[in-house]
Structures are given as structure tokens and as C-alpha cells.
Design a binder for this molecule. Sequence first.
Ligand code: KMH
Ligand code: ZN
Length: 290
Amino acid sequence: MPIPLPENKVIVTVAQTGALVTKEMNPHLPEQPEEIAASAYACYNEGAAIVHIHARDSRGENTADIGIFRSIHEKVRSLCNIIIQDSTGGGPNLTQEERIHCLQAAPEMASLNMGSLMRVSGRYAGTPFSNLPEEIEDYVRQMKAVNVKPEMEVYSHPMLRDVNSIIAKGLIEKPYYINIVLGMKYQGACEATPKILISILDLLPQDSIFNCTAVGSAQLPLTTLAMVLGGCVRVGLEDNIFYRKGELATNAQLVARAVRIARELGKEPATPEEARRILGLKTAPKAEPG
Ligand code: KMH
Ligand code: ZN
């Protein structure tokens, strides 16, 4: 079982952009560096401690361009000290090699997807979201070399095999930060149900802190359940574009709601500094807000 967060804190992550959502789907989607930074600042002010970053080019396509990642980081850090977690999931148009380029822009954390899935709809149906054991190991070694904390994304029970494998090989340090991602519309991903969340929690290694991400309308009930169970939560437009049925959300609204629920449950959102301490982050931001 995972360890509950100390001091009744909740670490709130905002996943603002993602790889699959477009401005046509939700015009509030932040895509360009200025938009991403402004939205991250609004989310920080509502209580987010971590921002999960995907970069887009000027046409809104997923990109691995280091200059764009650096520009996002600089702009975010000029506004606030929120923890920057870059995505190494990237997007379906990026190669395995490109997806890890973001480490060169010096994030404090990076996502590490713990197994392969198959895309079954949309433009990339029939292509794999490839995260083979040797690819995971290569990514985690690169993160370890630059003191970037992995946020391990687990979409199904068998992915815990690779979590346990990198722990056994000493490639990752405690506390292990495990993001249970439920409801992805990919073959091989689990549905977003309370039973499935709890059954994965039962199998987590010792010394792990868990976060819950749930896609679509499951975001609200499952992140609420995660807080009740002593975990952290991720909200944002990457996973869910609606505030409620038929009403498009902003990232800041989704963070504000998660924080309100946390407080109703007697918990406080961790500040970025508190989250750095809880997660044992080693790399301080390169630039302080001015
Ligand atoms: N879109 C999420 C469900 C990543 O960026 O590494 C999965 C994700 C992957 O966040
Ligand atoms: Zn992502």
C-alpha cells in the first residue's frame, strides 16, 4: 500500500495541454509558451504545485523542440515557483528519441510511462504508444543522470512489473511517485472505476506516493476518491475538457475545484516548496521569479 501524504497535504498537478486536445475542442487550451505560462500562473494561484508540460509548435502540433521547452520553462519560472514536470509521453507524432529531448531544458520532474498501449482511434489508430522495458530503463537512466524525478504513469496492473523492475535495479529513489492513469481510450488501459483504482493501490510498492489521473467525466469522482484515500491528484484539460456536462472548463477552474474539495476533506494543497520536500526533489529551479 502507498504511504499517505504527510500533514494531510494534497499535491495538485495541472496537466494543461496534453498531446491530443485542440483549441477547436476547447478554446481555453493553452498551447503557446505565453499561454502555458499564464495558465500555469493562474493554476499556481489556485493551489497547483506541479505543472505537467507538453509543448506545441506555432501550428499547435506536438513538438520536441528544446527552444520551445526552454521558453515555456523560462516564462513559467518568471511568474512563480511551481514545479515543472515535462512530458516524455510527448505525442503520437514524436519519435522515442525526440520524446526525451525535454530533459535538456532542465525540468525538475518528467513523466515516465510504465508500459506500452495501442492507439485504437483517431489519426494514429493502430500505432503503438511504445514504452518497452528497455525504453523505460533508458529514459529512467537519463533522468537519474540529471536528477530529474520520474512521475511513473501506470495505466494498468501489469505495468507495476516494470515499476518493480526499475526499483529492484536501483534506478529510482524513494518516495516513488506513481500516477495511476485510468480511463485512457487506448487498448490495454484500465477503465476509470473506484474498484480498479483501489485494486491498483493494493499492489503499489512500499514507499510510494500515489497520484490519480482519470480521463473525461471520471476526473472529478476519481480524483475526489484519491484524496479520500490519501493520494494526490492531477486535473486539467489534457485529461478532461469539461467543467460539467456541456460546459467547457479552464485549467484554473479545475484546479480551484480540486482545492475546494481537498479543503472540505480537511486537507491543504501542498505549496511547490512543500511538494519539493515531500517528493525529495533535488534540482532547484534555474531561475527564480523576478
Ligand atoms: N495523457 C495522459 C493520460 C505523458 O504525458 O507522459 C497520459 C500522459 C502521458 O500524461
Ligand atoms: Zn501528458
